[in-house]
Design a protein around this ligand. Sequence first.
Ligand SMILES: Nc1ncnc2c1ncn2[C@@H]1O[C@H](COP(=O)(O)OP(=O)(O)OP(=O)(O)O)[C@@H](O)[C@H]1O
Length: 352
Amino acid sequence: MTGQRFAELHLDHVRRAFGDTVALQGMDLTIKGGEFVALLGPSGCGKSTALNCLAGLLPLTGGRITLDGKRIDDLPPEKRGFGMVFQNYALFPHMSVRRNIGFGLSMRKTAKAELNRRVDEAVRLVQLEEHQHKFPAQLSGGQQQRVAIARAIVLEPPLVLMDEPLSNLDAALRLEMRTEIRRLHQSLGLTTVYVTHDQEEALALADRLVVLRLGEVQQVGSPEEVYAHPVNRYVAGFMGYRNMIPVSVSAQDDDQATVRTEDGIELVGVKREELSDKAVAAVRPEDFTVVSEAGDNTLEATVEIVEYHGREQAVEARLKNGEQLHVRTNSRLAPGDTIRLKVPTERVLVFT
Ligand SMILES: Nc1ncnc2c1ncn2[C@@H]1O[C@H](COP(=O)(O)OP(=O)(O)OP(=O)(O)O)[C@@H](O)[C@H]1O
């Protein structure tokens, strides 16, 4: 089973407004055949709008979408023939798993033998052999979502669109299905656009991430690029830089910035943007080390809350000026402790 491969799907300044609300502000993106692309961002950033524009469920209010050079944004959804998987599985309750999966093929008047062969294969791919004669109500959420995925891939669509497909599942199932989706993508190579607000899910699944904010693309890149080199404080915040410490800038060259916290501590960090006097130093909670001595790039804080998380503790601490810090550490700490937190220069990103 493979999708009909295309070379390039191109979104050219795709815009969608609802009255005065601009949900998508001119999105440019090229998706290559076989790629797994995740659209990532918080609620309201425009990711479902982008997906629905691709599917043909929402007309554009500007721009164009082309598939190998042919314009498709004026085609209705059925003419585009993309597979869709939503968070509510939208299965037919009165049909068995097999009939649900084969429904699209029977609508296309696929010959019986061919239909059965393809349904068998899809059932096997999503590992539902034992459940294929049951009805949706007799299945768990994860199994229902497998049916929804099988129903989309059985049509061998050129593009599979997934809108938060795992968000109704519990944490353990979500992880299991995530691996399942990755496995399916690796074995079938179906071009996939996957919408999620969960950065971990996006990092784990996608070949490329598109980070959106208020309908605008902030960064496009591989998981490694976006995780290690976020382009601005917004993307950094989304990629786990929970600490955004307000600082003033004392010096900067091409690569580094020397900054001072409101407590008067000097930090040297990686300069990610041209800076004026005021900036933020972004640090991940796990990049602090608790040390005993004052020294370079070392903040002083008071521990407020300690949560035990197995191998390490999640600590909330406060700088002298009242700024809250999030720290992850395997040092044993207790509320009220005064601690010194060292962070290496390459782990401090300085943004405007
Ligand atoms: N049918 C609509 N009518 C009016 N405004 C809409 C409509 N659909 C979306 N919007 C607005 O467009 C913006 C983007 O919405 P969209 O659903 O694409 O965001 P999202 O990132 O997918 O969020 P969520 O994860 O909550 O679904 C929001 O401000 C939303 O309120």
